[in-house]
Design a protein around this ligand. Structure first.
Ligand SMILES: O=C(CO)[C@H](O)[C@H](O)COP(=O)(O)O
Length: 278
């Protein structure tokens, strides 16, 4: 307890936030104040269930924390483990590995210990969101522009658990619900060449350089200083084949097709129920 409080008070993020050091059992989802929409509620229940049913505090020490709006509730739940007297000693040994700037902030603001993937190249479990999930647990990710680091962390984890809301579950093929295209991270100087190769060699229906407007004039720049291309292939019958074809193009750093990577997915529903795949 003393060690725990000391760690909080030494962290600049928490200096002055004395209420955070109050110990409390993990709150039951039903006792939490309502959020502003059923969609947010769906994300929160999926994230809490995913953490509670997959995290083994006595066994898991290195935990990947992904990016997006659903993962916010993963970090919140992990922070609650720190405050529960039953788990606080184990939770104070968690080291959380981020997939980008946003998740780094989430880890710190929830009082968790930050590590990096080059420090810990093999991690125990990762929780991350997705843009679309098919029934074989193949994913489209990268809607938030973090795909390379997300893939690095998720493929370095012994177990990858997806947290999502009901809109992310594909009726059949990837590309059905997520119609913005497959995100592809590319080296900036190669983006024109990759756009052309996608259109001519891979017969992509449409490929566009993701723009930052209105927040920024010009292209989105990833946490790795790369660009993102969104490539529309319609419904994707063979995501593994498409991933391999895109990956072969010169200038491609990584694709947003996550193949044979996720072990389980949690989808929060508007009625407060959760569907689990895997
Ligand atoms: O891949 C991602 C970011 O690049 C996100 O995980 C994905 O976009 C899901 O985000 P959200 O939880 O906000 O729906």
């Amino acid at each position: 307890m003393l060690r725990f409080c000391k760690r909080y008070s030494n962290n600049p993020i928490w200096r002055g936030f004395t209420t955070k050091t109050t110990m409390a059992p993990l709150p039951d989802y039903k006792d939490l104040p309502a959020l502003h929409s059923t969609l947010e509620e769906a994300k929160r229940i999926a994230a809490y269930r995913a953490v509670d049913e997959n995290l083994i505090p006595v066994q898991h020490r290195l935990i990947g924390v992904g990016s997006g709006s659903t993962v916010i509730y993963v970090a919140e739940r992990l922070g609650q483990y720190l405050l529960d007297p039953k788990f606080s000693i184990l939770a104070s040994q968690f080291v959380c590995i981020p997939t980008g700037f946003q998740s780094k902030e989430l880890i710190l603001t929830n009082g968790l210990t930050l590590g990096s993937i080059d420090q810990y190249p093999s991690i125990d479990i990762v929780f991350d969101g997705a843009d679309e999930v098919d029934s074989d647990l193949q994913l489209i990710k990268g809607g938030g522009g973090c795909l390379f680091q997300e893939k690095l962390v998720s493929t370095s984890a012994a177990k990858f658990v997806v947290v999502a809301d009901y809109r992310k579950r594909s009726p059949k093929y990837l590309g059905t619900n997520w119609v913005k295209g497959v995100p592809i991270e590319v080296v900036p100087s190669a983006y024109v060449r990759v756009l052309s190769d996608l259109r001519i060699r891979l017969k992509c229906k449409q490929a566009v350089l993701r723009q930052g407007a209105p927040a920024k004039a010009g292209p989105v720049v990833t946490d790795n200083c790369n660009f993102i291309i969104d490539a529309h292939f319609g419904e994707i019958e063979d995501p593994a084949k498409l991933h391999a074809q895109i990956k072969m193009l010169v200038g491609v750093v990584e694709t947003g097709l996550f193949i044979n990577n996720a072990a389980r997915a949690y989808f929060g529903n508007p009625d407060g129920s959760v569907d689990v795949l895997g």
